[in-house]
Design a protein around this ligand. Structure first.
Ligand code: UDP
Length: 238
């Protein structure tokens, strides 16, 4: 409502890996838990979510196996919509009003992506779930997370990761001397060629002055903690 105190608004990116718990398809227990965590925050924070789809298809992999890249990417985008619907279902079960907005029109299952309407939903404490990426082949949902955050004026982009709890000085799976960083700048992230995020997402956030939090899914309640602005993971700033 106009005149009300402006609440924190976040854009949460959940990758397909999170949805599938490392496997093909959707791990319902994981999604139920994430939905409950999000539900515990919506009285204080406005939440929009960009959903990945790597638990179904990645365009680059299908194209390596011989498919036309663009068509493969559309399969990838359609996979994200299934994740959206699963998350929507568990959020509604947890008592949260939601809307799915898809970058590829499919009126029976989702609204079209309309940024001003998305903002209005959040102001009414609805969680908006963005599916189908940008609707464009050759893009990643990480890039879309940065773009949507900018377009709906989110205060921060929250990048949930599986198997790693933030940004390290080197790949911690390969280099035992790697140390976790609590904070770094986009310039440092790009110079170090940090692979935990795609470079386009970093540069969009840098150029437009948006902070990003990279955090791990493994800790209990981490999604809620990230949404509420507690200290965890790695903060990347302009
Ligand atoms: N994709 C695309 N354009 C977009 C977003 C996604 O073509 O704007 C396709 C691409 O093929 C990608 C797949 O959808 O591999 C799944 O998205 P992504 O790999 O970003 O999901 P995540 O890694 O987060 O699971």
């Amino acid at each position: 409502p106009s005149g009300a105190v402006k609440r924190r608004r976040v854009l949460l990116k959940l990758s397909g890996e999170v949805f599938g718990a490392g496997k093909l398809g959707v791990d319902m227990d994981t999604i139920r838990d994430i939905a409950k965590q999000i539900a515990s925050t919506v009285d204080r924070v406005e939440v929009a979510i960009v959903v990945g789809g790597g638990n179904f298809f990645r365009g680059a992999q299908l194209s390596q196996a011989g498919m036309d890249r663009s068509r493969a990417d559309y399969m990838g985008m359609l996979g994200t919509v299934m994740n959206c619907l699963a998350l929507q279902d568990f959020l509604e079960q947890a008592g949260v009003d939601t809307r799915v907005q898809s970058a590829i029109t499919m009126g029976q299952v989702a609204e079209a992506y309309i940024p001003r309407r998305a903002i209005r939903h959040m102001e009414k404490s609805r969680v908006v779930i963005f599916g189908a990426g940008a609707g464009l082949p050759y893009f990643s949902t990480d890039t879309v997370a940065a773009q949507r955050a900018l377009e709906v004026h989110a205060d921060v982009v929250l990048m949930a990761k599986n198997g790693v709890d933030g940004v390290y000085t080197a790949d911690p799976k390969k280099d035992p001397t790697a140390v976790k960083l609590d904070h770094l700048s986009y310039d440092e992230a790009m110079a170090r060629d940090i692979r935990v995020m795609d470079q386009t997402a970093f540069s969009l956030c840098k150029d437009n002055n948006v902070t990003m939090l990279v955090f791990g899914m493994e800790g209990e309640g981490n999604v809620a903690r990230a949404i509420l602005g507690e200290e965890l993971g790695t903060l990347v700033t302009p």
